[in-house]
Write a protein that binds this ligand. Structure first.
Ligand code: NIG
Ligand code: FE
Length: 422
């Protein structure tokens, strides 16, 4: 028998949206429709119905909702949120990089560490030595951890392989995780994350390898949903990104690129040119970039965890929203620049560092995040027919309490695909 769940006496059912809203932009981001003192009924893995408690007994489905095979949960003083959609992570990785982190604290820059063969190349060496089994085990532990923190969908990138064999290894691990884990997963091929040591001084040849061998193979084995390039100073140029995205598009892989983290790299321009689904980081965003994004279907995605951890510049989030842009927020969970997938902490950072208000933040970590992974028709809001990925909070006084209480886990119960996970 299919699971049916009825949640009663919900203090606030957060972020109700009509089916056809694919994202929210500008001023709309500060609007959230919520129901106080609500119920929510889940059936066949989907959100089936919801409403005010005072209308519960006259609801046409009352008999079905109160029948014996329905699991009922009392959420008195607790809130129900759509699960977070974390649209940018690198959570399949080997080992850890806390020694570099200490070097950073002592004053070395991210680029200096990368130049010494540290950074992404360090993770790449470790991937090469680590079995698929162990990568899978470590990544599934990380996924279980973020599920407990309220994440219900996650995008995961390759990009620490940097050879055909090891990029495929990473993508196969992600494929297995997709099959086994209760969370929704999208997979992104990031061969152009850094130039491997073997190709030092021969960057063009590495780009050729990506275009001529890696992309065709990834597409043939159907190992990725999207394609990414680290388009930034010291990594890949605008022209190289242009070539890679053009090839990716030919194989049906839409771009989700790293852009403008370290400089005005042209990444936003080339991303929009190829109708990328998202451009991410965006610490260096000016007037020109904002105008270009305004006339696009590309989701600007901000990753405050990385700028926070690296002690670097923050993107002009307020200016972007006030200019009418949509914003998604993601964790960038990775061993080098953001070793945490805690989206509640990301909410706090967006509040403190970006001066975003709670409603904007909730839209950015749910519906707009879902858009940035191509899933906003199925996830990201409390909408009839969407996949029932939700969480119930602990007893909290207000939605503002969420970004306010940084460092605490306010998630008490998680339901994914209509099933209670814990
Ligand atoms: O999103 N900016 C590029 N890539 C990652 C960092 C990866 C790493 O340092 O391992 C990021 O911050
Ligand atoms: Fe990243």
């Amino acid at each position: 028998m299919k699971n049916k769940i009825l949640i009663l006496n919900i203090k606030k059912l957060v972020s109700i949206k009509e089916k056809n809203i694919e994202k929210v932009s500008g001023k709309e981001m500060s609007f959230l429709e919520n129901i106080d003192n609500a119920f929510l009924f889940i059936k066949d893995e989907k959100i089936h119905s919801f409403g005010k408690m005072r209308d519960f007994h006259t609801n046409e489905k009352i008999e079905e909702m109160t029948s014996l095979n329905v699991k009922s949960i009392n959420a008195k003083n607790k809130m129900v949120f759509p699960s977070f959609c974390d649209s940018h992570t690198h959570l399949v990785y080997a080992g850890s990089r806390e020694i570099e982190y200490i070097d950073k604290i002592k004053g070395l820059s991210y680029e200096e560490i990368a130049k010494r063969g540290g950074g992404i190349l360090n993770s790449s060496r470790l991937i090469n030595k680590t079995s698929e089994n162990l990568l899978y085990r470590n990544a599934s532990e990380r996924i279980n951890e973020i599920i407990k923190l309220g994440t219900g969908a996650v995008e995961i990138k390759s990009g620490y392989g940097l050879s055909l064999k090891d990029e495929l290894k990473m993508l196969r691990v992600i494929k297995e995780l997709k099959k086994d884990m209760p969370i929704s997963i999208k997979s992104t091929f990031l061969g152009a994350h850094a130039v491997p040591l073997k190709y030092k001084g021969r960057q063009k040849e590495y780009v050729d390898l990506i275009i001529n061998e890696m992309i065709p193979k990834v597409a043939e084995e159907n190992l990725a949903d999207y394609i990414d390039v680290f388009c930034d100073k010291g990594f890949f140029t605008e022209e190289e990104t242009d070539r890679i995205l053009e090839c990716g598009n030919k194989y049906g892989l839409r771009g989700k690129i790293h852009a403008n983290e370290l400089d005005f790299s042209g990444g936003i321009q080339v991303g929009v040119k190829h109708n990328a689904l998202s451009v991410d980081h965006l610490e260096f965003t000016g007037k020109e970039e904002i105008e270009i994004l305004k006339n696009s279907q590309t989701m600007p995605t901000l990753l405050p965890g990385a700028a926070f951890f690296l002690g670097m510049k923050y993107p002009p989030a307020r200016k972007m929203i006030d200019s009418g842009l949509a914003i998604a927020l993601a964790s960038d969970f990775n061993p080098g620049s953001s070793p945490s997938g805690n989206m509640q902490f990301i909410m706090s950072l967006a509040c403190i560092k970006f001066k975003m208000i709670t409603e904007e933040i909730i839209n950015a970590v749910t519906l707009n995040g879902a858009y940035a992974m191509g899933m906003s028709d199925k996830l990201g809001s409390i909408t009839k027919g969407k996949i029932a990925n939700i969480f119930i909070t602990k007893e909290i006084p207000s939605i503002e309490f969420m970004p306010y209480s940084f460092g605490s886990n306010l998630v008490e119960k998680v339901i994914l695909n209509g099933k209670i996970i814990f």
